[in-house]
Design a protein around this ligand. Structure first.
Ligand SMILES: [Zn+2]
Length: 141
């Protein structure tokens, strides 16, 4: 029951991103080749094939990195809601942590906000600033 993403999944994520990057460069190279050599589009080097391979690599790389980030069940590759919850735990606890942080911040704001009270002239009970009558004895403030 670890909240951390396993090392294997992290590796998978980076490998996937690496493959996408290679695919992206290959994909972009088509435009550079076309730009540098506009009459050789269907020639011997066949840059369109590179673009196609690049495109496929991007898709494969992205799939692998999603797999690494979310795990097998978390990415929906295997249907196992229990394992999916476990796989996605780092994310859900992260969201929970963010909500907690936000709540703490609100608490701090509330604490730093000055609360003004008025003391009842007859029974000395502290009442809210905007109270018209004392909450304890009912005397007018
Ligand atoms: Zn009073």
């Amino acid at each position: 029951m670890s909240k951390e993403i396993s090392k294997n999944r992290k590796t998978l994520y980076y490998v996937g991103n690496g493959i996408s990057l290679i695919g992206f460069i290959l994909f972009l190279s088509v435009f550079f080749t076309a730009f540098l050599n506009p009459f050789d589009m269907m020639g011997s080097s066949n840059p369109m094939a590179n673009g196609f391979i690049g495109f496929i690599l991007i898709i494969i790389g992205q799939s692998i990195s999603i797999l690494g980030a979310r795990g097998l069940a978390g990415s929906g590759l295997i249907l196992d809601p229990k394992q999916a919850r476990e796989d996605l735990k780092p994310y859900s606890s992260q969201v929970g942590g963010m909500i907690n942080d936000a709540l703490e911040e609100v608490d701090l704001l509330n604490e730093s906000k000055e609360v003004i009270k008025v003391r009842c002239p007859s029974c000395k009970t502290l009442n809210d600033e905007d109270a018209k009558y004392c909450k304890k004895c009912g005397a007018q403030l």
